[in-house]
Every structure is written in C-alpha cells, then in structure tokens.
Design a protein around this ligand. Structure first.
Ligand SMILES: O=C(O)CCC(=O)C(=O)O
Ligand SMILES: [Fe+2]
Length: 275
C-alpha cells in the first residue's frame, strides 16, 4: 500500500475534500484484496451487514440497483481487516484529515452491477452516529473506475460549507443541490481510477457516481473512519441495538470491538479515546 503523503497532497485534500492516489495498491496487493472481498461477499449471501442486524437484506428497489452493498467485511475476513485496519493507512488518514487518531466506522464493498443506477449526490457523515468535520473514507477501485462504468464525482470544497443536512440516495440524483444551491457554482469533478487506485474523501464532501453503462461490474472496497474522541449524536446507523440503547448523546464512541483503533499518533490522547 502506497501510504506516503506529500505536503501538496495534504493541502489538496484539505482544500478540495478529496484526493486520488493512482498507485495505491501494487498488483499483488490488488489481487489479494480482491480475492478476499469476493470471498467475504460470497459468504454474506443477500445480507448487507456481516455481523448483526439480519433485517438488512437486499430488496428489489432503486437503491439496490445502484450497487450491491456489503458492510463490515473486516469482521469476517482477516485479509480485509489487515488492509482496512492497517496502521500505515491509519497514519495516512490522520495526516490527510489533520487529526491524531482514527477508528474504523464501517467498511463497505460497493459493487455497481452492469447497467447499475447512478449513485445520487449525497454526504456521508450525516448518516453516521457521530458528527465530525474530519471524518474520512477510502474508496479503492478493484476493477478500474471510468466515466463509462460509474466512477466517483465530487464537488470540490463542498466539505468546507456543508452542514449535517442531507438527502437520501434516490432516483432524484441531484436533490442535494436543492438543499445546497451554493454547491452549484463549485462545479463537479469526476475521478477515474485504475484498478488498485484509491480516492479519499471527507465525510462532508458532496459526492456521487455515474451509471454503469458497461457489461462488467464496477467494484470498490471502501472504508469510513471516525476521528478518535468522536461522540454519539443520537443516530443508530449500524450500531447494534443493545449498544445503541446504552449510549447517551455526547458519549465517546470508543468500543474496541465495533470501532477498533486503526492509528493513534504517539503521545496523543491514546488508544481508547480517553475523554
Ligand atoms: O461507489 C459508489 O457509487 C458510491 C460510494 C460512496 O458513496 C462512498 O464511498 O461514500
Ligand atoms: Fe458516500
């Protein structure tokens, strides 16, 4: 994994709210991760979540024709875990985001099938159980992402002006721009990636993806990360029911089993999110 960062890359990420790294995985790493993702996805059948809530199953609706969504593969596959929880990656995420430590929020395999619907414009962080202007996701292309098969698009700089209002991913793909008309003048940028390339985005960066107009799937392995010290905002998202019921708004989310630490800068507040 190419986890080196230059000052120029950090500056670009902080300005634009996203950054592409074309040579993130070596060919051997790509082959290893792809095989692990395929294996974990096959094990999950039609369940969206690897461990926990059994109700999250595929449905025959617009959303499920955007992509096949499989969450928390890291909990059932050691290879996926080794990649997504890699401390060097964690350090890179901290440098890009400008924080001292990161925990996993959740990972996701997102497989846009042939003729899959476009992914409507949205923000990620408003879906989650914490609110942070420094949350970050990695989106690793397993097949190559092109304008033909549904690569990601971003609104540069939107992370700096977004708040926690959001819209669901639906057939009205531009609805987010009705909530945030100020995004319109910033324009959009599509990012094509080779297989093994990765893009990083802030949890408040507006993004979406095109339709897949090709006859092959467009697969991505992604993971969202929560800065250490982030607190519960009252939303359930994918938290297990018993844990959700035990939380009060403002509690630090530091459950090592669900949200393990990926990296903490030496000398920083420490691995268990001491409050
Ligand atoms: O892969 C896609 O089409 C959308 C991905 C996305 O929204 C994300 O990684 O946050
Ligand atoms: Fe997203």
């Amino acid at each position: 994994m190419n986890t080196r960062t230059t000052p120029q890359q950090i500056e670009a990420y902080q300005r634009d709210g996203f950054l592409a790294v074309m040579d993130f995985l070596s060919p051997a790493e790509l082959a290893e991760l792809r095989a692990a993702v395929d294996e974990a996805v096959a094990m999950m059948g039609n369940r969206k979540l690897s461990v926990g809530n059994d109700d999250m199953k595929d449905a025959d609706d617009y959303y499920d024709r955007v992509f096949k969504q499989r969450l928390n593969l890291w909990r059932i596959n050691g290879t996926v875990k080794r990649y997504m929880l890699n401390p060097d990656l964690g350090e890179m995420l901290c440098k890009l985001a400008g924080v001292d430590g990161m925990r996993v929020w959740h990972d996701q395999a997102l497989i846009k099938p042939p003729f899959g619907n476009p992914t409507g414009w949205h923000l990620d962080n408003p879906y989650w159980s914490f609110s942070s202007r420094q949350s970050i996701s990695i989106w690793i292309s397993l097949d190559g992402a092109t304008f033909q098969n549904g690569c990601m698009f971003y609104v540069p700089g939107s992370q700096a002006i977004a708040d926690y209002r959001n819209v669901p991913i639906s057939e009205k793909i531009g609805a987010l721009f009705e909530v945030y008309p100020e995004f319109l003048k910033r324009g959009t940028r599509g990012v094509e990636l080779p297989p093994g390339g990765a893009a990083f985005h802030n949890g408040l960066t507006a993004h979406g993806a095109g339709a897949n107009m090709t006859t092959s799937p467009r697969s991505a392995m992604t993971c969202a990360y929560m800065p250490v010290g982030s607190t519960f905002n009252g939303q359930a998202n994918i938290l297990p029911r018993a844990y959700f019921d035990s939380l009060k708004i403002g509690d630090v989310l530091d459950n090592e089993e669900l949200n393990p630490l990926v990296y903490a800068r030496p000398g920083s507040n420490g691995p268990v999110g001491k409050s």
